[in-house]
Design a protein around this ligand. Structure first.
Ligand code: ASP
Length: 357
């Protein structure tokens, strides 16, 4: 049997006297920047999805670890040269999108029709500027397009065709759906389709190994940024949008509280505005980041059977990674140049890697 259904790219060749007359205008949201809170140093934390890794082949876990290390090294290179958290977040996510090993970019899972539909968002904690894209099918690096939405349009979110037309106007190449084709994902899709006939969708979602990627970083100037990129849940309905591109649900950053990137069954993250809720608890209830994250992920989501996890970072450099699934791969790097990876299972011993070759 043959591969993925092709969706057409033709409509995109045309166009672009578009309604983006304002596209050169900065989308920075806040009139006066939110002050950086502190920080003599920098931190970056990344995740590559919460879920059940117990059936993931060891070689795949190993490959994902190596890809995460490479991705984090690229973020570290930026931060250690005084670069911004926003640049570091984008660069780190791009490497994971290109790896073909995660449910993001090249490795994105397929929807019910066998087509990847990608979502991503990025947010800056100093200005609350944010950008996101959803349901794009021909974009290799949705996180980059999300950043272009943030910086080159007056909007926060573009979806589908409109997002891809905007991409073309910015010189971003549209890739064929075959760019996302991968034998492993195709087999997973076929298996999931046949299991789907026996299982309820809620069970299917629960058993998935999620591979969404996300990063939160704090730079030397004390500014936070966060980003998330995903192909969404496997076998999602065409047109379904998860939490990852929804600012406040899957991604949030505010210098006054924290930055968060989430992963899990997105519908729960949207209903509970998970990322913003964690940050607002820190801001208004003055609880620690750890308590806020645990109250949301380990209590509220668990009560609703909302599977997933989050990474979070505050302006003081405190990192929290918490998940209510069997695993969530995470990696953290600080100025000392050591990358700590953990979370492929609850019992897994952390592993340390150098942040530069
Ligand atoms: N949160 C993503 C979504 O629902 C999926 C994931 O994190 O694996 O689209």
């Amino acid at each position: 049997m043959k591969v993925i259904r092709l969706s057409t790219i033709c409509g995109f060749a045309l166009v672009l006297g578009l309604a983006l007359a304002n596209h050169g205008r900065s989308a920075r949201a806040a009139k006066s920047p939110l002050p950086a809170q502190s920080s003599a140093s920098f931190v970056l934390v990344a995740h590559s999805g919460a879920g059940d890794y117990s059936k993931t082949p060891p070689a795949m876990i190993e490959a994902r670890r190596a890809a995460m290390v490479k991705a984090i090294q690229s973020g570290y290179a930026i931060l250690s040269h005084g670069g911004s958290s926003l640049d570091a977040v984008e660069a780190t996510i791009r490497v994971m999108e290109d790896a073909g090993l995660f449910d993001a970019g090249r490795g994105a899972y397929y929807d019910r029709d066998g087509i990847p539909e990608l979502d991503a968002s990025i947010m800056e904690g100093q200005t609350l500027a944010a950008g996101s894209v959803a349901s794009v099918k021909h974009i290799a690096n949705p996180i980059h397009l999300a950043r272009l939405v943030m910086e080159k349009t007056p909007h926060v979110m573009l979806v589908g065709d409109g997002a891809e037309r905007f991409a073309q106007s910015q010189g971003v190449e549209l890739v064929s759906p075959f760019y996302f084709y991968d034998q492993r994902i195709w087999e997973m899709y076929q298996r999931a389709k046949s299991e789907d006939e026996k299982k309820k969708t809620s069970e299917l979602l629960r058993d998935q190994e999620h591979g969404t990627v996300g990063v939160v970083a704090l730079d030397e100037s004390g500014n936070l940024a966060a980003g998330t990129s995903t192909g969404g849940t496997a076998l999602k309905m065409p047109g379904r949008v998860g939490d990852s591109p929804i600012i406040g649900a899957g991604t949030y950053a505010n210098n006054q509280s924290c930055g968060v990137s989430g992963t899990g069954v997105g519908e729960f993250y949207i209903r509970n505005i998970v990322a913003a809720d964690i940050c607002e608890r820190v801001r208004y209830l003055h609880v620690s980041l750890e308590q806020a994250a645990n109250d949301v992920v380990m209590k509220e989501l668990v009560e609703q059977q909302g599977e997933g996890g989050i990474i979070a970072l505050d302006p003081h450099g405190n990192v929290v990674t918490t998940f209510n699934t069997n695993g969530m791969m995470t990696g953290t790097v600080r100025a000392d140049g050591k990358i700590t990876l953990k979370g492929w299972s609850k019992a897994a011993e952390p592993m340390i890697f150098p942040a530069s070759d």
